[in-house]
Design a protein around this ligand. Structure first.
Ligand SMILES: [Fe+2]
Length: 386
């Protein structure tokens, strides 16, 4: 019976508001860190997006390092190299300022720096993470995009280059120490990144809402995230709009809390392996796959599709669930088109002959997708996404 047993835990404190980054000095001090590192990517350092964070640490007389060896789709060996640096330089805390790749890199470094081995030793297996022998470094997650959720989740995604796949890593009872959401840090975010990360956020919320392991707590959060994103994503993309960007930030974190418990679905399942093979941007890959996976899943959750249609404000009161679900799918198509998302995986450089290999990799990973699927189903979804 549905809802017979479930757990809901969310243990990351969240601070939201304009200029909240200014509080990082006292937050870092309270955690007892005297030589933290700011982990970010080179572009954010160059554009001075991290300046308010530097200023906050300086005002609290905290000496800090800056580490920018962060790339999209982070690789395990880069995480291990960062952990080595952490030990060499004696970093005792991390402020991760960036998107999902930055926060995931920081999570990996936080674990490996105080524990032995490589980040690949901390892979989630059968739904469980390894237990750590030492506490990871305190980690403050400061997202600068509108699509990761990593600031409130326990896991991180890294590419295991030797195995040629993306793996989920983390540790038991590990999540960021605090998430600081400051819309002012999003002021210079380019529209195409708002569109791609915003679509990641939308995909996460939708996949969480319909996931097999969703429960009433996660459904409430995910549904609200879907509502907020559908209302704000176009205004956020169309020009600097701190209010819309702030709402997108809130929705992304709401979705993160939800999917951390419910899990995601086949969009992410396929997208992770496509990105592992072709290094494609996460949000765009999701956005290309989303309409096709939603069509595949529709039969398994028509009532939930109808509810999503209602929540995003479509006039579906007089329609049957199936008709309302169809309207939701049309609206997703419209959203993807409005945001200028590429038409197919071929535009991202994916080759048709790679599809069986990608499908095989997808089948090796677990999933909480609402509809059961076979390798042939995955290949069909991939073909329809060309
Ligand atoms: Fe995602």
């Amino acid at each position: 019976m549905k809802n017979e047993h479930f757990e809901f835990v969310s243990d990351v404190p969240v601070s939201f508001g304009q200029n909240r980054a200014a509080e990082l000095g006292s937050l870092v001090s309270q955690e007892g860190c005297s030589h933290p590192v700011i982990i970010t990517d080179p572009a954010l350092e160059e554009m001075s997006v991290i300046a308010p964070v530097c200023q906050a640490l300086e005002e609290s007389s905290i000496e800090y390092s800056i580490y920018t060896n962060v790339e999209p789709n982070p690789k395990a060996q880069d995480v291990d190299a960062g952990a080595e640096r952490a030990v060499e330089e004696g970093w005792d805390g991390i402020v991760a300022v960036g998107g999902g790749s930055t926060i995931d890199t920081a999570k990996g470094i936080a674990i490996v720096a105080t524990n032995a081995g490589s980040i690949t030793d901390y892979q989630r297996k059968s739904g469980s993470y390894p237990t750590l022998s030492s506490d990871p470094l305190p980690l403050f997650a400061v997202p600068t995009t509108v699509g990761t959720g990593s600031e409130v989740t326990t896991g991180a995604l890294v590419t295991d280059v030797d195995a040629g796949e993306k793996i989920v890593v983390g540790a038991q009872s590990f999540a960021p120490t605090r998430a600081v959401l400051d819309p002012c840090l999003l002021e210079t975010l380019p529209p195409d990144i708002i569109a791609s990360t915003g679509m990641d956020s939308f995909t996460q919320a939708v996949e969480s809402y319909i996931a097999l392991d969703a429960n009433p707590f996660t459904e409430a959060l995910a549904l609200e995230a879907i509502r907020i994103i559908s209302k704000n994503i176009r205004p956020a993309v169309s020009g600097t709009n701190l209010e819309a960007l702030g709402d997108m930030q809130i929705a992304t974190t709401l979705g993160g809390v939800a999917f951390n418990v419910s899990g995601l679905g086949l969009v992410h399942g396929i997208s992770h392996q496509v990105s592992a093979m072709y290094d494609t941007p996460h949000g765009i890959t999701n956005a290309v796959l989303l309409p096709h996976v939603l069509k595949f899943n529709q039969i398994a959750a028509p009532e939930k599709y109808a509810r999503m249609a209602k929540v995003i404000g479509l006039p579906v009161a007089d329609l049957t669930s199936r008709q309302a679900a169809a309207r939701f799918l049309d609206e997703v198509d419209r959203l993807v088109a409005d945001l200028g998302i590429p038409d197919g995986l071929n535009e991202l450089g994916v080759e048709m002959e790679a599809l069986p290999k990608i499908a095989g990799m997808v089948m090796e990973t677990g999933s909480t997708n609402v509809r059961e699927y076979s390798e042939d189903d995955v290949i069909e979804i991939l073909e329809s996404s060309f």
